[in-house]
Write a protein of this length. Structure first.
Length: 125
């Protein structure tokens, strides 16, 4: 049986989806964009600041599920400009210094609210 995960420490869903779904051994987190939970506004700054805000949001959702970034086994990254990949990757690497999860990264034409990056994760208990 699955369970909806919701926390006010991460941005509220802006459509008909959940922040995450807990399926027992696996937790599937919806894509996070760099919204500040308290205001619903996009964090100011470039791809580095956006990536840090996204990870703060992901950590909040995982914490609500009783997990942490150490439980993440797969990430999917969407970027509007892979020319920013180096800057993104530097910040991303800080969150996964050892044994990073599997990852896909694709360039897309647009993301919600005009942000540069969106990240979704799968975590395992």
């Amino acid at each position: 049986m699955s369970k909806v995960i919701h926390t006010t420490n991460a941005p509220a869903a802006v459509g008909p989806y959940s922040q995450a779904i807990d399926c027992g051994d696996l937790v599937f987190c919806s894509g996070q964009i760099p919204l500040v939970p308290a205001t619903g506004e996009v964090v100011e700054g470039g791809v580095e600041a956006q990536t840090r805000q996204i990870f703060a949001n992901i950590q909040a959702v995982l914490t609500e599920a009783g997990l942490s970034l150490a439980n993440v086994v797969k990430t999917t990254v969407f970027m509007t400009d892979l020319g920013q990949f180096g800057a993104f990757n530097e910040v991303y690497g800080w969150y996964f210094p050892e044994n990073p999860p599997a990852r896909s990264c694709v360039e897309v034409s647009k993301l919600p609210k005009g942000v540069s990056v969106e990240i979704e994760v799968i975590a395992k208990r």
